[in-house]
Design a protein. Structure first.
Length: 153
């Protein structure tokens, strides 16, 4: 679970075998639909079950990235983009929003007091790699890679 911010590090290490990109409204409903779609595509592309460890990790990190895009990265009337990539050994989630000046904060070593501020700690715990990059003056993309290994029951 490493965090990378450099452009070269933000690129998937291998070409994706499958890819899907969709836009969602910058609303709570849009974030919820993005999470559901990510898990649906993971299970469809890989044959993993909805209750597998990778599916749970994908649901959690997609929910956090989409929620952050809506809450912190959205301008009125602007959508966010979700890109899903099936890699040879993992699943990559990319969320692009319209606030490149609002970069993810450094991840604290422990959660802050209160009801917020724990999301990136969860992303760091469930992701094998994650980071962000500002592509242009209008957008930033936060990405997460989840390995497709499952733990034996």
């Amino acid at each position: 679970m490493t965090h990378h911010q450099l452009t070269d590090e933000a690129k998937p290490p291998h070409a994706p075998t499958r890819q899907l990109t969709l836009r969602f409204s910058g609303t709570r409903r849009g974030a919820r639909l993005a999470r559901r779609l990510a898990v649906q595509q993971l299970t469809e592309w890989t044959g993993l079950s909805y209750d597998s460890d990778p599916a749970r990790a994908v649901a959690l990190v997609t929910a956090e990235l989409a929620s952050n895009a809506v809450r912190h990265g959205s301008l009125p009337g602007r959508d966010f983009r979700l890109t899903l990539l099936l890699l040879p050994h993992g699943f990559r989630i990319e969320v692009t929003d319209t606030r490149p000046e609002r970069l993810p904060p450094p991840v604290p070593s422990q959660p802050a007091d209160g009801t917020s501020g724990r999301g990136l700690l969860l992303v760091q715990a469930y992701a094998d790699r994650w980071g962000y990059m500002v592509r242009d003056t209008y957008t930033k993309m936060v990405w997460v890679e989840v390995q497709l290994r499952t733990t034996a029951s």
